[in-house]
Structures are given as structure tokens and as C-alpha cells.
Design a protein around this ligand. Structure first.
Ligand SMILES: NC(=O)CC[C@H](N)C(=O)O
Length: 360
């Protein structure tokens, strides 16, 4: 069936639908990874977004039940150049078309993704609608303009509603869940951590009552500034426990230290973003997925040190407190998908918890 992507600025692109034919809206963002589409679709940080993949063929190794970052895909829609209907891989259990149907997500193929991404790069990411009819294009655009994605809380839909424990014999961690990726949990589990995953609304006092050795702040969708109550809790926790934050966790931690965040023109989403560790001068190739970033001008240098920078645009990629065992990165050391060379950061967190324990 014919399908269309209608952008907020009036641009329309025509393609063929797959998956479920169900009209959906969302911020249209692009990811440049060449592989790992399953991990990307199931990353909760994409909640509410229509995703464009720049790699020209998607679906070639099918879908399996193992390579997931959460139990279901979070994307509101998928836009690709070409859909592979006959996957070939020993792990494959179904094709992408069937998978999107199962989760009621609409896909569009046959789209000139190169033209679309050039447009988004020049104009910035914007809202869009995927639909099977553009007879009412004017109304579609007007309606899409009404929704304010900058003030909407997307975390609510993906955070756990009840705490749960993943027992282990290593350091005891409270993981504040803003939409956590499974590989973050697996990475902490590789150190046999005892993890209590708590809802993002959990109060600092309740977390401290758990008697944990450290607190982990997860990734998650949406604007970090919609989560100011969590920022207040994090502010309290920084005075008591070692903390490690990734992506949304990094942004919230920075807000807790009084910094500001802003929205990037088209974000960083892909598997090859170069990041420089300013303390060692080493460059890491990193996996990324974010639209917001911490504003360098607002960092309180008396307390906070910028530890990492993005070599493409110079934005902040990591911070650390000068005296407290508290640090965070904007990129994804857990990879999934993407390079795994930053995994040592989990070890650094485990080490900081052990050190703190010995000190008291
Ligand atoms: N992966 C993430 O945690 C993303 C954080 C935030 N939602 C952003 O887009 O910047």
C-alpha cells in the first residue's frame, strides 16, 4: 500500500507501507548505524520517535528474541530505503515486516532516505506523521504542531512501575530506571552486582534505605528537563553514594549540579561517534543516541570537571565531580549496538563503590 511521511514543514515523501498500517506521529530522527537495528528499535530512548535508518537495507538478518534492549520496540514508526523480506541468519525467528505487525508499528520503505536525512541535517529534526492518506495534509500538519515534545514526559511509559531485584554477590546498586537498556543491566551483572531497579520517581530517602553501595542513572527518552523531581532526588544522592550515569542519567546528573541542557539540531545517533577522553587524550569510537546535551557554559567548574568531548561538534560527552565519586557519560559504553571499547567505565564504577566501602 502507498504510504507517506509528512513533515512539520510541509515536505512529503512517498513510499510503500509495511508492518501495521496505522497512522503515527513523532519526532523524526535518524540513526547512521550499519547494523544492530533490533537493539536500536528496542532502545527505550527512542520512545515517541519516528526513526529513519540511513543504512540502505534493513531486515537482512531478521529478528530474534535475544538481541533486544527491552521487551518491545519503542519507536513510533520506521522509515527505510529498502526492506529485506527474506532474512538469512541462523538466529532469525521472523522477518521485520512480521515483527512490526506484531507490535502495531508502521514502516515505510522506498523512501529516499539520503534526501530526507540531508533535509533533517539542514533544517534540524522535526515532527512528522506516517500515514496512508495525505488528502487532509493541512490538518495533519496543524495537529502535529499542537503536540509539544519538549515538555512531554516520555519516561513515564517506559520506566518500571515497581522495584525489582536482580540478586548478585557483587556491589549492591540501585538503578534508577528512566527506560534502561538491557545491556546496561547485563554489563553491571558481569561484575555480579546485586541490582535493585527502581521506578524513576523513587525518593532519595527510599533509595538510601536500601543500603546500596552505589546508584546507577539509566538512559531514557525525552527532554531531561521534564524530570526535575528526579533531579532533586539525584542531588541528594550525590552527597551519599558513588554514582554513574549514562546518557539521560548523565544529563540529569549535570542538571543536579546546576548545569543546563539544550536540544541539538539533529542529535547524535549512530555507532561511530569519536569521543576524546580529556584526561588521557585517548579517542574512543562510541555508540550514541541522544537529542539533548549539557551546556558547557553552565558547568560549575569549581565542582565539576569535563572529562570527555565529542570530536565532531565539540559538545560535552562526560563529566566527573572533582571530589565525590560521581561521574557520567553522554554516550553508550554498553554499546548494543556499536563499539564496545568503553566498557571499562562499568569497571570504574564498581571500583569506585569498592573504594568507598573500604574508606568507611
Ligand atoms: N539515550 C538517552 O538516554 C537519551 C537521552 C535524552 N532522551 C536525549 O535524547 O538526549
Amino acid at each position: 500500500m502507498k504510504g507517506y511521511l509528512v513533515l512539520e514543514d510541509g515536505m512529503v515523501l512517498e513510499g510503500e507501507t509495511f508492518g501495521e498500517t496505522q497512522q503515527q506521529s513523532g519526532e523524526v530522527v535518524f540513526n547512521t548505524s550499519m547494523a544492530g537495528y533490533q537493539e536500536i528499535f528496542t532502545d527505550n530512548s527512542y520512545n515517541g520517535q519516528i526513526l529513519v535508518m540511513t543504512y540502505p537495507m534493513i531486515g537482512n538478518y531478521g529478528i530474534n528474541s535475544r538481541d533486544i534492549e527491552s521487551l518491545k520496540p519503542s519507536i513510533n514508526g520506521l522509515i527505510i530505503r529498502e526492506l529485506c523480506k527474506t532474512p538469512s541468519n541462523w538466529k532469525s525467528e521472523m522477518n521485520l515486516d512480521a515483527y512490526l505487525k506484531m507490535h502495531h508499528i508502521m514502516g515505510l520503505e522506498g523512501i529516499d532516505t539520503r534526501k530526507l536525512v540531508k533535509h533533517l541535517r539542514e533544517e534540524g529534526t522535526m515532527k512528522g506523521v506516517i500515514t496512508t492518506s495525505i488528502n487532509n495534509k493541512k490538518q495533519i500538519i496543524e495537529k502535529m504542531k499542537e503536540e509539544d515534545i519538549q515538555t512531554k514526559n516520555f519516561t513515564e511509559a517506559v520506566s518500571t512501575t515497581k522495584p525489582y531485584v536482580l540478586p548478585g554477590n557483587g556491589p549492591k546498586i540501585a538503578l534508577m530506571d528512566f527506560g534502561v537498556k538491557l545491556n546496561i543491566i547485563k554489563s553491571l551483572k558481569s561484575y555480579d552486582c546485586d541490582i535493585t531497579v527502581v521506578p524513576y520517581t523513587t525518593k532519595a530517602e527510599e533509595i538510601l534505605k536500601l543500603g546500596v553501595d552505589g546508584v546507577f542513572l539509566s538512559n531514557g527518552p525525552g527532554n531531561p528537563q521534564t524530570l526535575m523531581p528526579a533531579v532533586e532526588n539525584i542531588k541528594k544522592l550525590t552527597q551519599h553514594k558513588p554514582i554513574f550515569g549514562i546518557c539521560m542519567g548523565h544529563q540529569l546528573l549535570s542538571l543536579a549540579f546546576g548545569a543546563d541542557t539544550y536540544k541539538l539540531k539533529y542529535g547524535h545517533r549512530g555507532g561511530n561517534h569519536p569521543v576524546k577522553d580529556l584526561l588521557t587524550n585517548r579517542v574512543y569510537i562510541t555508540s550514541q543516541n541522544h537529542g539533548y546535551v549539557v551546556d558547557e557554559k553552565t558547568i560549575n567548574e569549581k565542582e565539576i570537571m569535563i572529562t570527555h568531548k565529542n570530536l565532531n561538534d565539540g559538545t560535552i560527552e562526560g563529566i566527573k565531580h572533582k571530589y565525590l565519586p560521581v561521574f557520567s557519560v553522554q554516550y553508550h559504553p554498553e554499546a548494543s549496538p556499536g563499539p564496545m571499547e568503553s566498557k571499562y567505565l562499568f569497571q570504574q564504577f564498581v571500583y569506585s563503590m569498592r573504594k568507598q566501602k573500604q574508606a568507611v
